[in-house]
Design a protein around this ligand. Structure first.
Ligand code: SF4
Length: 367
């Protein structure tokens, strides 16, 4: 395996783009699914190196961004309760709900804590038997094994004061929804390498065949992304449609089977809403009946809440690759990381945050 520096070597990256310039003959629209890749693309200026015939659009692969507003609002209600310790990854604290965010709940005295592992929430639950400890279980297939393990372990220990607010989403149904949309322009996908490290890429083969769309499993470093783009364009130019693994140092076709088995043991597939996009059939995971006592929505019975999204925010279109962040009238004006109107400006994987952080002086702001 090469050192990380080798995957950031400018000479090698430029050599791949030179090959790309020789291969490409017409315009193509590619989508990188993962927000982590979006940030790499903007951070390393890959968008500036691309041939002008390539329109690279950004996909829905930011778990914080797609967590439905209703669930954020439920988190806010639960976290404000006096007997609750509410735990979450840090990104979730600044995501705007309908009226406030978890940081504000914490500032008003709520016991809201940032964790780096769901297993830490179990430790807090053991140490605080008189409190209810809730973990906000957000993410794609990448975080599902660890979150599933936390619930599995809680049941094994018969912990009565731990629960999880689950907002897990799955990539393949999102690709189906994108490709089924009449407004779709995506002609090839860069599939997220870390998702495929868990799930493999066997799930993508029927999708590639059904929608006649090349899918390239791609890593996160500049050379990975350049190679992913080159592989996608080669397929498109040659009229091939394949799932291709351009990230073999981390991904196999079958993926991490013990992790997949754990996910299947704890979760079952369900329909799920995606913030800004709407409900996508079979696109989520919820806890199976035998683990349902650890479902925070059941334990706290918050019910349904009236939600209120900013009318200026077009993050749903951004997440579907139909608009770019700089095309939003609020970008860099009413909406900044310090005062976000939408989750895509908050998350470390959000496209709006990537544009603001790395390229806000590059683009003419609309309006
Ligand atoms: S810039 Fe802000 S308001 Fe506009 S789409 Fe992004 S998050 Fe929403």
């Amino acid at each position: 395996m090469k050192s990380l520096d080798a995957y950031r070597d400018e000479v090698q990256v430029r050599a791949v783009f030179d090959q790309l310039a020789r291969v490409i003959t017409r315009e193509w629209t590619l989508m990188e699914v993962c927000g982590g890749q979006t940030h790499s693309i903007m951070r390393f200026g890959i968008d500036q190196l691309l041939p002008k015939q390539i329109d690279l659009v950004h996909g829905p692969g930011c778990p914080v961004c797609v967590t439905p507003l209703e669930l954020i609002d439920k988190a806010l209600v639960i976290a404000a309760r006096p007997n609750v310790i509410f735990t979450s990854f840090g990104d979730m604290l600044r995501v705007p709900g309908s009226t406030t965010d978890l940081f504000q709940v914490k500032a008003r005295g709520g016991d809201v804590r940032i964790l780096y592992s769901p297993l830490d929430a179990l430790r807090i639950a053991r140490d605080n038997p008189s409190k209810q400890v809730v973990f906000f279980g957000v993410g794609f297939e990448t975080t599902a094994p660890a979150n599933g393990m936390a619930v599995f372990q809680a049941k094994r220990e018969a912990l009565k004061n731990f629960s999880m607010l689950v907002s897990h989403v799955r990539v393949p149904p999102a690709i189906t929804a994108l490709m089924s949309d009449p407004a779709n322009r995506v002609q090839a996908f860069l599939a997220a390498g870390h998702v495929c490290a868990v799930m493999g890429y066997w799930e993508y083969e029927p999708l590639a065949a059904q929608f006649r769309v090349p899918m390239i499993v791609t890593g996160f470093e500049p050379l990975d992304i350049a190679n992913g783009i080159l592989a996608a364009v080669r397929q498109l130019e040659q009229g091939r449609v394949e799932v291709e693994n351009a990230y073999p140092r981390a991904v196999t076709r079958e993926g991490n089977q013990p992790a997949q088995a754990l996910i299947a043991q704890v979760f079952e597939v369900c329909d799920r809403k995606w913030r800004g996009i709407g409900e996508i059939p079979q696109s989520g995971w919820r806890l199976r009946d035998e683990f349902r006592e650890y479902d925070a929505e059941q334990r706290f019975d918050v019910g349904s809440l009236h939600v209120n999204e900013s009318p200026l925010c077009i993050s749903g279109l951004v997440l579907q690759g139909r608009k770019k962040p700089n095309e939003c009238v609020a970008f860099g004006k009413q909406c900044t990381p310090a005062k976000p109107l939408g989750a895509t400006m908050v998350s470390s994987e959000g496209a709006c945050a990537a544009y603001y952080r790395y390229a806000r002086h590059t683009f003419a702001v609309v309006g």
